[in-house]
Design a protein around this ligand. Structure first.
Ligand code: CU
Length: 489
């Protein structure tokens, strides 16, 4: 189906001697002319498409005329890191997950070159949702390793579209990362904004559970059961956090091109502390305003826009929230600039509130009757530090932050922290059993809740050794025996 792009019909009605004449003006050789039908938009020049890796997007089309656009995309099967210590063999369009961002305008004629790198093991193809044609190009683009296929299509419908591999088993090709976005801008381009970014969610299925070390193979049964181990933005845990965070300045308008590759899960996309001023619902023409969370189907997309009014770190999540804090679906937008107390005044009162029957909850352990798997033990101090860091990045970083700096007013720092360095037994106890109520760290009061962590003695020893031997702490080496002693007392 095609929509008619902005009709501009010059209609003259001549009512004279019973004659009504209807004249439609249409000239095909001018760039600023509006066409009734996108098929009629002429292309006059050739251009190599700029392709970008996430989270970046190519230059906006602006007012440029429709062109013959050459897209050169290479499929690469390559090993990458799902999270610290966990390797995964990704299948990619252009070497990244999601694949390269393709930016076009209505009327462009795309000459698509799909190349399958000779070192790859499998044939692949591409189904672009922006194509009007069989399989979205899948049959025409089926390409063996060491080969190249060329096919062409004209983009007729403006919008943000998913592309993906459609080679059997389709689910597996998508689950391994074979998806990306192609944007078709309307004639004249989308309205300009200050910052644009490319984000795509995907769910991953590995033989080992979340965080289990080593090279993790794809698990077909988990994929069929839709039981994801990882749900992430841009291909791996941490692709958009810490130094990888996207950025903006106070007062700027941010536009996010958000896709969902799936293969299975629907995303409840939300930015903590922001409201979407505009959402191009499902990536189409319908614009909704003032939206908190937008639903992005598997194989679908949305464009969201919002102005950032105050500085701070804004967390991007799939609001199916265990995915965010336990499976990786968490990103960050760091905004710098002047505070604006009219918009947000921060904490203005801090008093004591003691409810009756307050209890610290512990994290339930999985399995129950199931015997825990034999865990890989850290044999040297270096290994302890490495394993400890991985565990820290998987478990502690959301609150205590990457460099142990904590979050002022909410979560205490672990870096150069007197509370930590004064008492290792207390630190072990807090990791094992949780902690609530007021504490003072480096002269500042904190009153939050830390849940008990379901970690083995080994894990607790590793993560605490990592913390004690980082960020100017007192270099205590915590052993599993020390943890066991605290656990059993
Ligand atoms: Cu494929």
């Amino acid at each position: 189906m095609r929509t008619t792009i902005k009709k501009q019909m010059v209609t003259k009605m001549l009512v004279g001697v019973g004659v009504i004449a209807l004249l439609t003006s249409c000239v095909n050789d001018q760039s600023d002319k509006k066409y009734d039908d996108a098929i009629d938009i002429p292309v006059n020049q050739e251009m190599i498409a700029e392709l970008t890796a996430p989270p970046m997007v190519p230059t906006p089309v602006g007012k440029r005329m429709a062109k013959k656009l050459i897209v050169d995309l290479e499929i690469q099967e390559r090993e990458g890191e799902m999270t610290s210590g966990v390797k995964y063999v990704y299948w990619t369009f252009g070497g990244t997950v999601p694949g390269s961002f393709i930016r076009t305008r209505v009327g462009d004629e795309i000459e698509f070159h799909l190349k399958n790198h000779p070192d790859n093991k499998l044939p692949h193809n591409i189904d672009l949702h922006s194509v009007n044609g069989p399989g979205g190009g899948a049959e025409s683009s089926f390409v063996a390793p060491g080969h190249e296929k060329v096919f062409s299509f004209k983009v007729l419908n403006p919008g943000l579209y998913v592309y993906h591999c459609a080679t059997a088993p389709v689910g597996m090709h998508i689950a391994n990362g074979m998806y990306g976005l192609i944007l078709v801008e309307p004639e004249g381009g989308l309205p300009p904004v200050d910052k644009e970014y490319y984000i795509m969610q995907g769910d991953f299925y590995t033989e080992g559970k979340y965080g289990e070390r080593g090279l993790q193979p794809f698990d077909m049964q988990k994929a069929i059961d839709e039981n994801a181990d990882y749900v992430v933005f841009n291909g791996h845990v941490g692709a958009m956090t810490g130094d990888n965070a996207i950025t903006a300045e106070v007062g700027e308008t941010v536009r996010l091109f958000v896709g969902n590759g799936g293969p299975n899960l629907v995303s409840s996309f939300h930015v903590i502390g922001e409201i979407f001023d505009k959402v191009y619902v499902e990536g189409g023409d319908l614009v909704n305003e003032n939206v908190q969370t937008t639903l992005i189907p598997a194989g679908g997309a949305a464009i969201v826009e919002f102005k950032v009014e105050v500085p701070g770190t804004f967390i991007l999540v799939d609001h199916s929230i265990f995915r965010a804090f336990n499976k990786g679906a968490l990103g960050m937008l760091k905004v710098q600039g002047e505070e604006n107390e009219k918009v947000f005044a921060g904490e203005i009162y801090d008093g004591i509130y003691l409810p009756e029957g307050s209890v610290i909850q512990s994290m339930p352990t999985s399995g129950g009757a199931k015997k825990p798997k034999e865990e890989i033990k850290a044999l040297s101090f270096e290994e302890k530090m490495k394993f400890g860091k991985d565990k820290y990045m998987a478990t502690c970083v959301a609150c205590h932050q990457a460099n142990g700096q904590g979050i002022p007013g909410a979560f205490p720092p672990l870096a150069n922290a007197d509370y930590l360095n004064d008492d290792v037994t207390r630190a072990i106890d807090i990791v094992l059993h949780g902690k609530s109520g007021e504490i003072t760290v480096n002269g500042k009061k904190y009153n939050s809740v830390m849940t008990a962590q379901a970690l083995s003695d080994e894990d607790v020893a590793n993560v605490l050794t990592y913390v004690y031997n980082s960020w100017d702490n007192n270099k205590t080496n915590v052993t599993p025996e020390m943890v066991k002693a605290v656990r059993n007392r």
